[in-house]
Design a protein around this ligand. Structure first.
Ligand code: PEP
Ligand code: MG
Length: 755
């Protein structure tokens, strides 16, 4: 087999000269293919470019018939070139024509060539085209040749990405450099935002691809790897979190990869072909990304993600660039795009300019989603490769209602969304006008509408919405967004601020609900097979009372001279409530003994979210001051459906006979026992859910703040007696084929209520 002439380094040097020449785009491409063919001793070298319509067009060739240039166009599921593009994998064949995917294009005259080496032209994991060499002889290209062609493809990628080819493209069939994209993910925070992309971790664009001095580049690479390793070691030793708030195990994975010989070898190889250290990282990272996008194995994807992250770290090390974009200099209408993000990182951005968030990962219960909702921005998660598909400054629309994202949207979509955003703003203004009106139904029933909260940023919502108070204050959120365990003084300060903001409106604090899906990044967690059923919430609180005791102390002190309501999460048995209540009383005694100013009154209640409590209501109700129903968990446990697992989360409708019956039992028993009940799960935040709850007899709901206006507007026009007369028979005697939700919708339509 013949070796390459002068090797890849000579080729890269020549290519650099060609890139700098003041010639037309077509001339440059033509020169590039000639150089590659000569250097690789190939008879053919061709460049196929991926177009916005998804097809591949032959843009230049040495060796195939010239007439085929700009005429041969193929689909991505067609031929070997299509296969290389769609799989983003090199293909090395000594007898191309016997491959099942081979498709013969007579206009190219390629029937005389037998061997074929095709590599994808990649940038940030996206395929921009395919680079091919062919020979008459049946030969297998060596690994070095394959490597060299991939390196060369980077230079072609740079040329395509520069937009230079637009000048010679057919209108409507331009290279797919920055195509429009309509992406579908998962709605995380219900709002609509139009704005411009800000990458949370800006991609480092490598300007200098070709090395002047390979030895120097190797040294730079080695030094950067060494520094990165030391940084990771130091972070792990100090027990610190990474910048993005990553967990310790992620750091451990990074450290493992940073010492992975296979990865380091590939980086070295790439430099040896003549790339600069940063271009070598990009080369290897592009392959990693392409594999990640096509991998269906969740474990492998996770590892590839880690490897990609590590590539970013190394790149920043080499380019000396800072981690995050300048948070002070956000553009107006900024839309953050990130792989994943911790809640604290989101809070660092200027809220006045932040409109939306797009994540590659992150489900609705992720902490960052909770913060996004509290901030009132639009957010969408689970958009594969979001960070690879956008560029800083791109126009983007985030629809947090449907989970759609439009990147570089066409004008009609932009206009339509602009209208929807205006409509929403008008509605909000209407709801705002109802703010000070008491929530009393058409037939005179008062319904207390409160909000759910958990962070300082939630507090202005009390005044904005005119809520009757905070029905659920999730104290764990402060713990979840903090970089380390909040000290008692910090807890005290937050609780005081909450009570101050609420003024004379009631606030119900829930003690720490951690464990399960609510993970504290700085706390070592125990591996559990079923964390939702595991050591969490009150179980953890009672087994390790230190944390709960200090929290209760902070609550009692914050409420000095005021009224305090405390409740416990995930109580499953009456004795757990007794123990937790005894703990609070113990703290009260302690404070009294130390002559602290006491709360004026302390009420102690419990969440009802574990189904076992349904069968202990007779014992429970006399013991508590109030109940609060967590429908999110109650539905999860009644239907045995993981609330965070998107495959099953929407399998059963909470507005259905079994759930509504359970809720009816609770309200009836609590009323008979003279104890107030609030419902604070998501069910209350949907108009149909709120309607059903009020029909069942609920008169206190605690909602997501953004849902309050619409629900109040609906309740003001509702006749609760009519609603009860419609709903109760459906629950008591469900008829075959009757869908309760549909009946509620029909009722609302007939009554002129907006759901
Ligand atoms: C619930 O389970 O419904 C609830 C309100 O608590 P959380 O969503 O915080 O688990
Ligand atoms: Mg719960």
């Amino acid at each position: 087999m013949r070796g390459a002439l002068g090797g890849p380094r000579v080729l890269l040097r020549r290519l650099r000269e060609v890139m700098a020449e003041p010639v037309s785009a077509q001339d440059r491409l033509d020169k590039i293919v000639v150089l590659i063919a000569a250097n690789m001793v190939a008879e053919v070298c061709s460049v196929y470019v991926l177009r916005v319509d998804g097809t591949l067009e032959l843009y230049a060739t040495e060796g195939l018939k010239r007439e085929a240039v700009h005429h041969t166009v193929m689909r991505q599921d067609e031929g070997l070139v299509g296969l290389v593009a769609s799989e983003a994998n090199p293909m090395n064949l000594s007898e191309a024509q016997s491959h099942p995917a081979f498709s013969y294009r007579p206009e190219t005259g390629e029937e005389i060539y037998h061997s074929f080496l095709g590599v994808p032209i990649l940038r940030a994991g996206n395929t921009l085209g395919v680079l091919v060499v062919q020979n008459r002889a049946r030969r297998t290209y060596s690994e070095e040749e394959e490597e060299a062609l991939q390196t060369t493809a980077m230079v072609v990628a740079e040329m395509i990405a520069s937009g230079e080819l637009l000048a010679i493209a057919q209108p409507g069939a331009e290279p797919a450099i920055r195509p429009r994209r309509h992406l579908n993910g998962i709605a995380l925070a219900d709002n609509i935002a139009l704005g411009h992309v800000v990458l949370h971790e800006p991609r480092v664009t490598v300007k200098n691809v070709i090395a002047d001095d390979v030895q120097k580049e190797l040294q730079r690479l080695n030094e950067a790897v060494e520094t990165m390793r030391n940084d990771l070691d130091a972070m792990l030793d100090r027990g610190e979190l990474a910048d993005g708030g990553e967990h310790r195990d992620v750091l451990e994975a990074y450290r493992m990869f940073a010492n992975d010989q296979g990865w380091l070898h590939r980086l070295h190889e790439a430099v040896l072909t003549g790339l600069t250290a940063e271009a070598a990282v990009e080369r290897v990272q592009s392959d990693t990304r392409a594999r990640m996008l096509r991998s269906t194995d969740p474990y492998l994807r996770e590892r590839l993600h880690d490897l990609d992250d590590l590539g970013n770290r190394l790149m920043r090390q080499l380019m000396g660039q800072d981690h995050a974009p300048s948070k002070e200099q956000l553009p107006e209408n900024a839309i953050l795009v990130a792989r994943s993000m911790g809640p604290a990182a989101l809070l660092d951005y200027d809220r006045k300019k932040l409109r939306g968030l797009v994540l590659e990962e992150g489900g609705p219960t992720s902490h960052v989603a909770i913060v996004a909702r509290a901030l009132g921005i639009a957010a969408v998660g689970e958009i594969a490769n979001a960070t690879g598909l956008v560029e800083s400054g791109d126009a983007i629309i985030v629809d947090g209602t449907t989970g759609e994202v439009h990147v570089r949207p066409p004008q009609d979509i932009e206009i339509a969304y602009g209208e929807r955003a205006k409509l929403r703003a008008r509605r909000q203004a209407q709801y705002h006008a109802l703010r000070d009106r008491p929530c009393v139904t058409k037939d005179g029933e008062a319904v207390a509408l409160m909000i759910n909260a958990g962070l300082l940023i939630d507090l202005p919502h009390i005044a904005d919405t005119g809520a009757a108070g905070i029905g659920l204050f999730r104290t764990e959120l402060q713990f979840m967004v903090a970089p380390s365990l909040p000290r008692i003084a910090e807890q005290l300060a937050l609780y005081r601020a909450v009570l101050d903001a609420a003024g004379d409106k009631p606030v119900t604090f829930r003690t720490l609900d951690i464990g399960g899906d609510k993970v504290l990044p700085y706390m070592r967690t125990v591996e559990e097979e079923n964390p939702a059923l595991g050591w969490r919430a009150i179980r953890l609180g009672l087994d390790r009372p230190g944390l709960m005791r200090s929290q209760v102390r902070a609550l009692l002190r914050a409420a000095a001279g005021r009224e305090l309501k405390i409740m416990f999460p995930m109580v499953a048995a009456v004795n757990e409530f007794d123990e937790a209540k005894a703990l609070v009383e113990g703290e009260l005694t302690h404070l009294r003994r130390h002559r602290h100013k006491m709360p004026e009154r302390v009420e102690i209640g419990t969440m009802v979210e574990v189904p076992s409590l349904l069968f202990q209501l007779d014992e429970l109700i006399p013991r508590v001051d109030f109940l609060s129903i967590g429908s999110n968990d109650l539905v999860q446990f009644l239907y045995a459906v993981d609330r965070g697992n998107l495959r099953v989360a929407n399998r059963f409708d909470p507005i259905s006979a079994p759930i509504l019956r359970a809720l009816k039992i609770i309200i009836d028993k609590a009323r008979a026992g003279g104890k107030p009940v609030t419902l604070c799960g998501e069910l209350a935040s949907s108009p149909a859910g709120a309607l059903a709850l009020v029909a069942l007899g609920y008169r206190a709901l605690s909602l997501t703040p953004s849902a309050l206006g619409a629900i109040k507007a609906m309740l003001l026009d509702l006749d609760t007696k009519k609603a009860a007369a419609m709903l109760l028979p459906l629950i008591e005697r469900p008829a075959k084929g009757v869908v309760i939700r549909e009946r509620i919708e029909a009722f609302a339509a007939a009554e002129g209520l907006q759901l």
